[in-house]
Design a protein around this ligand. Structure first.
Ligand code: AMP
Length: 274
């Protein structure tokens, strides 16, 4: 695997390469990230992962400074699964960029308590796409709102890039894999699987109870277990507005804090899999 750290290196190394598959990450890689590389490799194109903790998507009181950084082991993990390139730029990569203003969907869910977060995400994605110009780019459905925003952004601004959303990879106890799981205290780690249990319980009962009751009971249960809920609800899969009656499809999504660690998760349900 070739390690590239500058835009010049990208230009020299990749200028002749047509058909790259891109996997953007912020590092501290786990099996969720690696599943994206493995998914990308199925298309028989060269794969390029990026590792960059993007300062633009963190608010002033968020965890940019304590976000886990494990570059050496990240590189080993990528080498082991035969990723072809990894791009690890310096912090200057995020300087003097054209700021992308995310559309109104960015104001729902995570956008409500993280103002500017998705502007930061799209601004860096715009830069990464412009520098690397991949043919395909792979994202996790764990960050569902991010995924649909990037998909829409690419449709207009980078129509040559095909955007893929791949399934959420979980720990054995159901907790969605996340770099932030490492920041949980031992006790919080024990109760963290309740997030996914709540989502699956809502899914199971979606045709039996009103959405209002489903959310009320789950919220009470989570609060009893020390979760501070940012949002929990049943949402339209396209515009992310809360829906009261489940018809054909829905996104059940949550963001909640345990201690000072913010976790997100979701399940998409359709009529065929309820
Ligand atoms: P991050 O490093 O958190 O920015 O994540 C980089 C990419 O990995 C994003 O597209 C995430 O949605 C994806 N990702 C993170 N965790 C998981 C997971 N548990 N399963 C699948 N994809 C994931």
């Amino acid at each position: 695997m070739k390690i590239l750290t500058t835009e010049d290196a990208i230009k020299t190394e990749l200028i002749e390469k047509r058909g790259l598959s891109l996997i953007p990450t912020m590092g501290n890689l786990h099996s969720g990230h690696l599943s994206l590389v493995k998914g990308a490799k199925k298309y028989n194109l060269k794969t390029i992962a990026t590792i960059f903790v993007n300062p633009l998507q963190f608010g002033p009181n968020e965890d940019f400074n304590r976000y886990p950084r494990t570059i050496e082991s990240d590189i080993k993990k990528l080498e082991k699964i035969d990723c072809d390139y990894v791009f690890i730029p310096e912090i200057d990569f995020a300087k003097n960029l054209e700021i992308i203003k995310a559309p109104s969907i960015s104001l729902e869910l995570c956008g409500k308590n993280r103002p500017g977060h998705f502007d930061g995400v799209l601004t860096i994605i715009n830069k990464i796409f412009s520098v690397i110009l991949p043919t395909k780019a792979f994202f996790g459905l764990k960050d569902y709102q991010q995924f649909i925003l990037i998909k829409e952004f690419a449709k207009v601004n980078f129509p040559g890039i095909q955007i893929f959303g791949l399934p959420i990879i979980r720990e054995k106890d159901g907790l969605a894999m996340s770099s932030r799981n490492n920041l949980l205290s031992r006790d919080d780690r024990k109760v963290a699987p309740l997030i996914y249990e709540s989502l699956t319980w809502i899914k199971k009962n979606i045709n039996k109870l009103s959405n209002e009751d489903l959310i009320k009971f789950s919220t009470e249960n989570l609060k009893k277990n020390n979760f501070e809920i940012d949002y929990l609800g049943v949402y339209d899969i396209s515009n992310l507005k809360e829906i009261n009656n489940f018809k054909e499809s829905a996104l059940i999504a949550i963001a909640a804090k345990l201690g000072n660690v913010r976790l997100i998760d979701n399940i998409i349900i359709t009529n065929d899999n309820t």
